[in-house]
Ligand binder design. Structure first.
Ligand code: PLP
Length: 414
C-alpha cells in the first residue's frame, strides 16, 4: 500500500527558489509514495524540517560547521588554461576542496543536525561511490552517533578506499548483494532498515531523491553552492550570475545546489550532464532523463529506467555515483519543462575530460564531475560567456579506475 496524502498538514514555510508545491510535487513529479509503516516517520521529519529550516540557532550551527569544519566557502576558480582551450570563460566551483572531498558533506551536516534535534541516535545511509557514506560517517563521528551505511557489493569492490575510510570513522558498512549490487539496491536495503527501526533511526538520503520532503530538504542543504557563486561571480566578473551553470546528475543534488538560486533567472542556462555509460542507446547507460519513463522509485514519482511492465532496468555508468536508475523529481520537472538542458556524457568522454582537466589545471576530478566537464565538448560557448562548472568532487577515490582505463586505452589518447 502506498499513499500520498501528506498535503493535509499545514505548511509553515515555503522555499522561494524551488518550483515545488506543499505536497512535494515539482509539476507532475515528486510526492511521497511510502509504505504505511513509514508514514508517521516521514510526517515527523517534515515537521522537524519545517520547524528548523528557518530557525536562527539551527542555521547558525549549520553555517558555522560549513565554514570551520568543511572549509566553506569553496573557491570559485577561473580555470585560465581550460578557458583558453575552449575559447570561453570557465569557472570551477571547487566542491572537491570540501572536507571529505565532495559536496555530499553539505547535506550530511544539515541532515545529521536535524536528526540530533529530533533525538535520534542511530543514523543510516545508502552510498554509491562511497562519498555520501564517508560524509555521513564523518558527521556521525563528529557528533558521536551510531552510523550504518548500506553499499552495493559491486561498489564495495570498486570504491575500496572509501570503504576503509568509513570503517576507520567507526561506521558499519553493510555490503548489499541483491540486484546489480549497486546504489539502487543499497537504497532499497536502507529503506528496509528504516521500516524496521522507525523510532530510533534517521535515514540520511544522499541526493535529491526519496519521498517528500527529502528532495526539497537536500536541495536546500546544497543551495549554499549557488548562494556562494552569486557573490563570488559578482566579485570576479561584476555580475552575480553566469551565462551557464553545468553540473552532473546522479540523483541530482550537486546540480540542485548549483542551480538553486538561478532557477528563476531565465538568463542563466542550466545544463545537466547525465551518465551516458557506453552510449544512450547501447543498453548500458544511466541516462535516466533521456531513457526513463514515468514511474515510482524510492518514494517519489519521477523518470525511471524501467521495462514496459515496470521492472527497474539496471543502469550502467563507469562512475559509481551516477549509476542510479531514477532522477530527482526537480530535475525530471526542469527537464520536461525545458528549463534545464540535458546532455548525456559517455564513459570515454568523461575519461577524456578528466585527463584534460588534470593536464591543463592540475586538478584530478571525480569521475562524476568529469561528466560535467564533458559538456564543454558538446556546447559551443561564446568568447565572452561566463560558464560555471560545478566540480562536485575530487578524483582520489577513482584512481584505480583512471589508471586501469589508461592501461586499456593506451592506443587512444585520454
Ligand atoms: C554522489 C556524487 C555525485 C552524484 O550525486 P548527485 O546527488 O547527483 O550530486 C556527483 N559527484 C560526486 C563527486 C559525488 O560524490
Amino acid at each position: 500500500m502506498t499513499h500520498n496524502d501528506l498535503q493535509a498538514t499545514t505548511l509553515h514555510h515555503r522555499i522561494a527558489h524551488l518550483p515545488v508545491d506543499e505536497a512535494g510535487y515539482y509539476g507532475r513529479f515528486g510526492g511521497a509514495y511510502i509504505p504505511e509503516i513509514l508514514y508517521s516517520n516521514v510526517e515527523r521529519l517534515k515537521q522537524a524540517y519545517h520547524r528548523y529550516a528557518d530557525d536562527p540557532e539551527f542555521n547558525a550551527q549549520y553555517e558555522r560547521l560549513l565554514r570551520d569544519y568543511v572549509g566553506r566557502p569553496s573557491p570559485l576558480y577561473r580555470a585560465d588554461r581550460l578557458s583558453q582551450h575552449y575559447a570561453t570563460n570557465i569557472y570551477l566551483k571547487r566542491e572537491d576542496l570540501n572536507h571529505t572531498g565532495a559536496h555530499k558533506i553539505n547535506n550530511a551536516i544539515g541532515s545529521v543536525l536535524l536528526a540530533q534535534r529530533m533525538g535520534k541516535h542511530r543514523i543510516i545511509a545508502e552510498t554509491g561511490a562511497g562519498q555520501h557514506g564517508v560524509a555521513t560517517a564523518t558527521v556521525c563521528a563528529l557528533m558521536g552517533l551510531e552510523c550504518v551505511v548500506y553499499m552495493g557489493a559491486t561498489d564495495v569492490a570498486r570504491q575500496r578506499p572509501n570503504v576503509e575510510r568509513m570503517k576507520m570513522l567507526g561506521a558499519t558498512v553493510v555490503p548489499v548483494t541483491s540486484g546489480n549490487a549497486t546504489l539502487k539496491d543499497a537504497t532499497n536495503e536502507a529503506i528496509r532498515d528504516w521500516c524496521c527501526h522507525p523510532d530510533t533511526t534517521f535515514y540520511v538520503i544522499g541526493s535529491t531523491v526519496g519521498p517528500h520532503p527529502y528532495p526539497e530538504m537536500v536541495a536546500r542543504f546544497q543551495s549554499v553552492i549557488s548562494r556562494e557563486m552569486q557573490s563570488q561571480l559578482l566579485g570576479q566578473t561584476g555580475r552575480d550570475y553566469p551565462d551557464a551553470v553545468i553540473a552532473c546528475v546522479g540523483g541530482g543534488s550537486n546540480a540542485a545546489g548549483a542551480f538553486y538560486y538561478f532557477i528563476d533567472r531565465p538568463e542563466v542556462r542550466l545544463i545537466a550532464a547525465e551518465a551516458g555509460g557506453k552510449g544512450v542507446d547501447s543498453g548500458e547507460t544511466a541516462a535516466t532523463i533521456q531513457k526513463g519513463t514515468e514511474g515510482i522509485i524510492h518514494g517519489a514519482r519521477t523518470l525511471v529506467m524501467q521495462t514496459s511492465d515496470g521492472q527497474i532496468t539496471e543502469p550502467y555508468s563507469i562512475s559509481a555515483g551516477l549509476d542510479y536508475p531514477g532522477i530527482g523529481p526537480l530535475h525530471a520537472h526542469l527537464a520536461q519543462t525545458g528549463r534545464e538542458e540535458v546532455i548525456a556524457i559517455n564513459d570515454d568522454e568523461a575519461l577524456r575530460s578528466a585527463y584534460l582537466l588534470t593536464s591543463l589545471e592540475g586538478i584530478i576530478p571525480a569521475l562524476e564531475s568529469a561528466h560535467a566537464l564533458g559538456v564543454l565538448d558538446h556546447v559551443k560557448f561564446l568568447p565572452d560567456d561566463v560558464v560555471v562548472v560545478n566540480l562536485s568532487g575530487r578524483g582520489d577515490k577513482d584512481m584505480e579506475t583512471y589508471l586501469s582505463q589508461k592501461e586499456k586505452g593506451k592506443s587512444q589518447k585520454y
